[in-house]
Design a binder for this molecule. Structure first.
Ligand code: 13P
Ligand code: 13P
Ligand code: MG
Ligand code: MG
Length: 369
């Protein structure tokens, strides 16, 4: 019997502004998932938050893209939205871009990452949840976990990892994908995923010789782009990722290691600025300064016969204190640029924010020179 871990998230209203999730929304989501568990739709669940995003972490045996599981998540968000509207929370129902559920949550606004697998003797899995950024923010850390020997010692020490990993990369604008094998196609992979607004890592697979079968993805990232669905700026995508660890895969510590470097990502204020990605514990996920800085929460679970044992609030540990401090220094530095690039996103990326509406207003006033 295979287990599926599904993480589905949405911003259904911020408390206050775009900063946090109100406790009543968490409570409402817990009740909804508890009833889904009683009905046998899911085996177990954990409700988390990252900034203003409500995060549903669920286990079941229905495989990826299960209509029942996606519908449970949708109904959970609809229920929480009703409360958000009562409390007049900011942007109530922000990410629910469709009127009614239509079979699969993809393309309806919420973000989704899923992995189906045969549970190993021990199954440690990490769930990463970011607020105020887009899916490309996962490119650098996921690349480091599975392809950088300076990050992941196992790539050079563990005989079952020495053949490397296969990356599934999506072009999110053209709806195309490419499979690239590392280490031999490392440079080609980097030439694509360095352009993180367009090319995003969707999944990672083990290669021959690993203990995990080649067709079983070991990492998955939500790649849902809100502006491509809505046709205008409605908030940032705020992606999630699931990563399996240990026994032929990067160890938990190797999966966490990339977050010790607060790299620059797109998002932050109005989804229009580059800034550092700050690792935080669950209780510090609230975004404040300039609606940020962009944050990532990392929760660990041991999966035991479909049950979620956890969470362990891994990125909240003191080992990431220096990364937080560095992130705050970078935030100071970047902020001093005000409206100037490269703090503000490039003109090309600003096309997907509210900027085109400003340009529309003045376009007639440009004269030939
Ligand atoms: P243990 O020997 O404690 O299992 O640790 C192995 C390992 O993978 C450390 O990263
Ligand atoms: P969210 O995408 O987290 O709702 O943030 C939107 C925003 O504009 C923050 O300034
Ligand atoms: Mg919001
Ligand atoms: Mg958000």
């Amino acid at each position: 019997m295979k287990t599926t871990l599904t993480v589905i998230k949405a911003d259904v209203g911020g408390f206050t502004g775009h900063s946090d999730v109100h406790p009543k929304l968490i409570e409402s989501a817990q009740k909804s998932l508890e009833s889904g568990k009683k009905k046998g739709i899911i085996l177990d669940y954990h409700v988390a938050k990252s900034g203003d995003d409500l995060e549903l972490i669920m286990t079941h045996t229905r495989g990826t893209d299960s209509k029942e599981v996606h519908e449970l998540a949708w109904d959970t968000f609809v229920g929480a939205t009703a409360i958000a509207k009562d409390l007049k929370l900011y942007g109530a129902g922000q990410d629910l871009l469709a009127d009614a559920f239509s079979g699969n949550i993809k393309g309806m606004g919420p973000g989704c990452a899923e992995l189906e697998f045969e549970e190993r003797k021990s199954e440690p899995i990490l769930v990463f949840m970011m607020d105020k950024t887009d899916p490309g923010a996962f490119n650098l850390p996921v690349f480091k976990m599975f392809a950088d020997p300076f990050n992941t010692a196992g790539l050079t020490i563990d005989p079952t990892m020495i053949n490397g990993f296969r990356f599934e990369v999506w072009d999110v604008y053209e709806n195309k994908r490419i499979m690239l094998d590392t280490p031999e196609e490392l440079y080609t992979l980097l030439s694509l995923i360095g352009t993180k607004s367009k090319y995003v890592i969707k999944r990672v697979y083990p290669r021959a010789g690993n203990k995990v079968p080649e067709n079983e993805a070991v990492a998955a990232v939500s790649t849902d782009k809100l502006h491509l669905i809505a046709g205008e700026y409605v908030g940032k995508d705020d992606p999630v990722a699931i990563v399996r660890c240990q026994s032929g895969l990067p160890s938990q510590g190797e999966v966490l290691e990339p977050f010790a470097f607060p790299h620059l990502v797109a998002g932050w204020m109005r989804g229009s600025h580059n800034g550092p990605l700050m690792p935080v514990g669950q209780k510090n996920s609230m975004t404040t300064r300039f609606d940020g800085p962009t944050r990532v929460v990392g929760l660990g679970f041991q999966i035991a016969n479909g049950k979620l044992v956890g969470p362990a609030d891994l990125l909240g540990d003191i080992a990431f204190d220096n990364a937080r401090k560095k992130a705050l220094e970078i935030a100071d530095y970047m902020r001093r640029h005000g409206p100037f690039e490269p703090h503000r996103l490039s003109a090309e990326e600003m096309e997907y924010t509210s900027m085109p509406k400003v340009m529309e207003k003045i376009k007639e006033r440009f004269e030939k020179i």
